[in-house]
Write a protein that binds this ligand. Structure first.
Ligand SMILES: Cc1ncc(COP(=O)(O)O)c(C=O)c1O
Length: 364
């Protein structure tokens, strides 16, 4: 019996809600389930406004459009992240400026951010890796000093917190992912969180193909027209139905995931700071060869384990479209080679977890 790396959770009411959405006839975006899921996302994240999107990637693209980034503008971000963090801004012609991560949290090293600021810098994008908070105090202070926008790529961090405040509530904008690999998922999906009220109206327009259709549906205008550039970023209400069921089960999902996380932490002696949402568990091996050996060894014992991000700063597109900040990204290059993620999902049984632990412990 294989232990998969990930298996999406299925919430108790998911199939009923999907059937209800299909039967209702409202399968396009912004229907009744979108309203329910949006309210749940807002209450979990403390965001005043959330807009469901087709993915976190698209929510990041919305951020780049909302910040009106122009070719040559610079955006500071970690090299240790998913390609979408950089792509969303590169699509506008902006230049990702890659900064190294901290060896303890693998988050953007807040002490290196200021040295990467130039007169072209417009924004700082943080990624809360594994849902562990970046040092937002320092990052917000640097942003404030230079008048930069802060965007939180909170793909991992639903339910996570920093000094008691939910992740996603710190930046002018933040993004969530509901991809099948995330704690809460609907196959593919995401959300844009808007903490700067001045961006709400334009965000609605850009998400609705550049039209004021959302205002039309609320009866605020008598026809909808082309108002701005935009694209189609609405989540289907079918997927919002699945998402609603998952968000309603958030407490149960988190309880199950924390149980697995805590068992790994007890066995391997590596944990994460309080406030993390048990999104992933990783080990750092001594070097690349040891990491590859462990993944192969686990595969041989029916346990799927995997590496994670490949650094962006020296990837082909990173070198072509981005720039590396002063000092380079040596920590990123080092940890990317050594990191292995273990299976972590809500349906893992205690005996699955024991098997993963004993398989890691047995030498190859
Ligand atoms: C940090 C980060 N940002 C963005 C994304 C993209 O999310 P999505 O698949 O919802 O577009 C991911 C995907 O895992 C991610 O890890």
């Amino acid at each position: 019996m294989q232990i998969p790396f990930n298996r999406p959770y299925r919430a108790p009411r998911e199939l009923d809600y999907l059937a209800e959405a299909a039967a209702s006839g409202h399968t396009s975006g912004d229907g009744p389930f979108t309203r329910r899921a949006t309210a749940l996302v807002e209450s979990l994240t403390g965001a005043a406004h959330a807009l469901l999107t087709t993915s976190c990637t698209h929510a990041l693209e919305l951020c780049a459009l909302l910040l009106d980034l122009k070719p040559g503008d610079e955006v500071i971000m970690p090299s240790f992240t998913f390609v979408s963090t950089a792509n969303a801004f590169a699509l506008r012609g902006a230049v990702p400026v890659f900064v190294d991560c901290r060896p303890d949290t693998l988050n953007l090293d807040e002490n290196l951010v200021e040295a990467a600021v130039t007169p072209r810098t417009r924004a700082i994008v943080v990624v809360h890796y594994a849902g562990v908070a970046c040092a937002m105090d320092t990052i917000l202070a640097v942003a404030g000093r230079y008048g930069l926008a802060v965007v939180e790529d909170n793909a991992h961090g639903l339910g996570g917190s920093y000094r008691g405040r939910p992740l996603g509530s710190f930046g002018a904008l933040a993004t969530q992912s509901f991809h099948a690999t995330k704690n809460v998922s609907c196959g593919e999906g995401g959300a844009l969180l808007i903490n700067d009220p001045s961006l709400v109206e334009r965000a609605e327009i850009i998400r609705e193909k550049g039209t004021d259709r959302s205002r039309f549906f609320r009866g605020q205008v008598d026809k909808y027209r082309w108002m701005d550039i935009g694209s189609s970023y609405l989540l289907s209400d079918l997927l919002a139905a699945a998402l609603t069921a998952q968000l309603e089960a958030f407490g149960e999902i988190q309880r199950a995931r924390h149980e697995v996380f805590d068992a790994y932490a007890a066995a391997f002696g590596f944990s994460m700071p309080p406030g993390h949402p048990a999104h992933l568990y990783y080990l750092l091996m001594p070097d690349l060869a040891a990491r590859q050996e462990l993944i192969a060894h686990l595969r041989g014992r029916g346990v799927q384990a995997t590496f994670h991000y490949q650094p962006l700063h020296d990837a082909p597109a990173g070198e072509r479209l981005g720039r590396t900040g002063p000092g380079g990204c040596p920590v990123t290059s080092d940890v990317a080679d050594r990191l292995v993620r273990l299976p972590l999902w809500a349906g893992l049984t205690p005996s699955d977890v024991d098997r993963v632990i004993s398989s890691v412990a047995v030498p190859a």
